[in-house]
Design a protein around this ligand. Structure first.
Ligand SMILES: [Zn+2]
Length: 149
């Protein structure tokens, strides 16, 4: 996604395209759907030589999530919130597969699957918030598959 496109997206949700918002969105866009925590984002921004502080990253994430540009999910293993860009208008919350072996994640933007999962969870007395569902898996290509318990 070009910076112009990111600026367009920010304007579309009535957020002023500040440098920190564009930078954060650019890192999330480059991550290609991989959910990132505020710490991940901060580290990547620093690696790219962007001047920022962790407080700004948190605030930016909250604003972009509040505006509906980002989806937040809870990474239970690492006890932290992770974020990714909400894809398209009809995208809505999605399902994210997270490999417990190699930590790779696979975002599935499948509204039907999400609805089905939400319904099944409800039958088990679990209500999901309007956010991505994470499912832990061990992927077939996992180099650490032998160590998975
Ligand atoms: Zn794996």
């Amino acid at each position: 996604m070009s910076d112009d496109k990111l600026i367009q997206l920010l304007r579309a949700v009535k957020l002023r395209p500040t440098i920190s918002r564009i930078s954060v969105m650019r890192v999330l866009d480059t991550a290609g759907g991989e959910p990132l925590s505020a710490d991940d984002l901060f580290r990547r921004l620093m690696e790219q030589g962007e001047r920022c502080n962790i407080g700004t990253v948190y605030r930016t994430l909250q604003q972009c999530e509040g505006a509906g540009m980002l989806l937040r999910a809870w990474d239970d293993a690492q006890r932290r919130s992770v974020y990714r860009i909400r894809q398209g208008d009809a995208g809505g919350p999605a399902v994210c597969l997270l490999c417990r072996g190699c930590d790779r994640s696979f975002a599935l933007d499948d509204a039907l699957l999400y609805e089905h999962l939400a319904r099944v969870m409800q039958q088990h007395g679990v209500r999901v918030a309007d956010q991505a569902v994470q499912i832990e898996i061990t992927c077939a290509a996992c180099p650490r598959i032998g160590y998975a318990s």
